[in-house]
Design a protein around this ligand. Structure first.
Ligand SMILES: Cc1ncc(COP(=O)(O)O)c(C=O)c1O
Length: 385
């Protein structure tokens, strides 16, 4: 066993694929202190820059008795959990909601509760690991359609849907590593035509898109057609944990079958209050998401002017670089210039598609964006990606 472990580490190191942890201390203005040096942080999912908002910090610190010491079905449900679920349901325009301890737990639990051996699950090729793991855990037959390719999804449904009693389509509304969005109207048409359930992962869209900031389902006006709207509190909402907004009957079914929900201690009340405060900030400070999206469009335009080819259409702005070592080199050179931009490599993204993933936050202002693009152009030399 030990030999296998050491070989694995050496192979990853040799391929420029070994990952490691470092201690990070957030400072004001979307910056971080790492190893005693301050960097502009372009790798945080605190998109609205509200993790340090006084309302959220006060909620996090003021609850008094944080530990719940029990699962939700035992004695771990406090009125704060129930109130947050009502608030999420209203925010998402659904009948009911259920809170989970993390997005990972939500996806593996919900998918494996809804699906089983006789189910067909249709998911995007670039789906988050938690979606893939949930499908594997369920034992369902997995069909992966090409990234955001609705024609391919239609082909797969036309040729195979008839062989299965039940089917689920699942995709993300803003892809975590690509920053792009599928054609949601088309997905709902396919869902209806082929009689499937539809689940959307709004982890990176919640708080940012839609008239009220509830996500892409709201923006595309399709919430009523989605059976399960999953999302997290841990990104734009500045908190921690996750939720599924759904019908009352699916909520009841999940409470009775979803193992990652049933067999885990419930979120501490201070986190629940912080999550609720995060939702309030989304309601009360809509200018954050508006400015963030304007700045994201500005950054993308400026990058294109400089000859770069950024992906996506959101606050996530990835630039694909041909190989792992160049990605690492770019990331290291940007650090020397005071920018923390993580190099994302396989297996998080497909082989040959390593990238620097720029994650824009509300606290990044236009002067920061301009200065970063100059730095990126300098470390890229005459190569553009
Ligand atoms: C699309 C997507 N779904 C689910 C998750 C998991 O969420 P969490 O970090 O709350 O476990 C993430 C984040 O890592 C994600 O990007």
């Amino acid at each position: 066993m030990e030999q296998r472990i050491n070989e694995f580490i050496e192979t990853r190191r040799a391929g420029g694929l070994l990952r490691s942890l470092c201690d990070v201390e957030p400072t004001a203005g979307a910056k971080v202190l790492i190893g005693g040096k301050e960097y502009v942080n372009l790798s945080s999912n605190d998109y609205l820059s509200i993790a340090s908002h006084p309302d959220i910090v006060n909620a996090m610190q003021g609850a008094g008795v944080p530990a719940s010491a029990s699962s939700r079905l035992m004695t771990g449900t406090r009125k704060e959990h129930s109130l947050l679920e009502e608030k999420v349901a209203a925010f998402k325009g659904k009948e009911a909601a259920l809170i989970f301890n993390s997005g990972y737990q939500a996806n593996i639990g919900i998918i494996s509760a809804l699906c089983s051996r006789g189910t067909a699950v249709y998911c995007d090729k670039l789906s988050h690991a938690s979606i893939i793991d949930g499908i594997k855990l369920s034992g369902a037959k997995m069909f992966r359609f090409k990234h955001n390719d609705m024609d391919h999804l239609e082909d797969l449904l036309s040729s195979g849907r008839g062989n299965y009693k039940n089917a689920l389509i699942i995709t993300e509304t803003v892809f975590s590593m690509d920053g792009d969005t599928p054609d949601l109207k088309r997905i709902t048409e396919l869902k209806d035509r082929f009689d499937c359930m539809l689940m959307l992962d709004e982890a990176h869209a919640t708080g940012i898109f839609g008239k009220n900031g509830s996500g892409w389902a709201e923006e595309a006006d399709i919430s009523a057609s989605v059976d399960v709207l999953m999302g997290t509190f841990s990104k734009a909402l500045g908190g921690f944990g996750a939720y599924a907004a759904t019908s009352s009957s699916v909520r009841e079914y999940l409470i009775n079958t979803c193992r990652s929900f049933i067999y885990s201690t419930s979120l501490p009340v201070n986190i629940v209050l912080a999550d609720s405060a995060g939702l309030d900030v989304v309601f009360s400070e809509p200018e954050r998401r508006k400015e963030l999206l304007l700045n994201s469009a500005y950054m993308r335009e400026r990058l294109i002017e400089k000859g770069f080819r950024p992906l996506g259409g959101s606050q996530i702005i990835p630039i694909v670089v041909p190989d792992n070592k160049t990605t690492l080199r770019l990331s290291a050179d940007l650090r020397k210039k005071g920018y923390w931009v993580t190099a994302v490599r396989p297996p998080t993204v497909p082989a040959g598609e390593s990238r620097i993933r720029i994650s824009l936050n509300y606290d990044h202002k236009r002067r920061d964006i301009d200065a970063f693009i100059e730095a990126l152009a300098e470390v890229s030399g005459d190569q553009q990606w």
